[in-house]
Design a protein around this ligand. Structure first.
Ligand SMILES: Nc1ncnc2c1ncn2[C@@H]1O[C@H](COP(=O)(O)OP(=O)(O)OP(=O)(O)O)[C@@H](O)[C@H]1O
Length: 237
């Protein structure tokens, strides 16, 4: 079995054309392995969300190659018409806002995607309760999102992202709305998930205080992606 979860080669992303051409990524190559929690850091507008959305098969690259696990999904064009299926089966998304559905309770939010994918209600409920217990929020299973704190909602959003047993989690500033204590607790959870479930996680963050909790840092510099180790002194976990 390959250790790579994400492999990107020579990816280019331009928006618009002629005088409105915006060159965001200009030939970036990198890899993220199973079990790694990697931070993605760059100034505002450098292309972090765009990069995540290309890996997540939401935004089409201009050119390049993308592998998810051992499946090549993009080679100067999508290699399947069913990008939504790839997304549903392989990837969990976590965003800055939790985007829980307000008229569904916690467990209904967590079981929604697995049930859409054909998992039975009983099986989906069992997995969801295990996840809620893992995140110490099982007592809120029947609460509505509006009754939960910001940190609790984000834990439910992480449980939801995991409900489908994805190989990859793409997290776009998952801690931006939280204070530092809660941010650290969310990042520690992501680290635990990566290690225990062999999931590859890319987390966009603007908060340098969270980097020591990550295995590695990817930076977008001069429109390409560079990888930096978090040194052993800096590393906390
Ligand atoms: N649909 C689009 N059409 C044209 N330009 C776009 C589009 N989406 C993004 N861009 C441009 O691509 C660049 C990268 O945007 P992106 O949102 O990926 O940056 P970011 O690093 O995530 O920024 P932030 O930290 O502010 O969220 C920006 O210059 C943005 O204006």
């Amino acid at each position: 079995m390959e250790k790579q979860a994400i492999k990107v080669e020579n990816i280019v992303k331009h928006f618009g054309k002629d005088e409105s051409l915006v060159r965001v990524i200009e030939g970036a190559s990198f890899q993220v392995d199973k079990g790694e929690l990697v931070a993605l850091v760059a100034p505002s507008g450098a292309g972090k969300t765009t990069l995540l959305m290309m890996i997540g098969c939401v935004e089409e690259p201009t050119s390049g190659t993308v592998w998810l696990g051992d499946e090549k999904v993009y080679d100067n064009q999508w290699l399947t018409k069913e990008t939504r299926k790839i997304r549903r089966e392989k990837i969990g998304f976590i965003f800055q806002a939790h985007y829980l559905i307000p008229f569904l309770n916690v467990i209904e939010n967590v079981t929604l995607i697995p049930q859409t994918n054909g998992v039975s209600e009983k099986e989906a409920n069992k997995t969801a309760m295990e996840l809620l217990e893992y995140f110490e929020i099982a007592d809120k299973a029947h609460a509505m999102s509006s009754e939960l704190s910001g940190g609790q909602n984000q834990r439910v959003a992480i449980a939801r992202a995991l409900a489908n047993k994805p190989q990859i989690i793409l997290a776009d500033e998952p801690t931006a709305a939280l204070d530092i204590e809660r941010s650290v607790s969310v990042v520690k959870m992501l680290k635990k998930i990566a290690q225990e479930q062999n999931v590859a996680i890319i987390m966009v963050t603007h908060d340098g205080r969270l980097l020591p909790y990550c295995d590695r840092v990817l930076k977008i510099e001069n429109r390409v992606v560079v990888s930096q180790e978090t040194s052993s002194q800096e590393k906390i976990l």
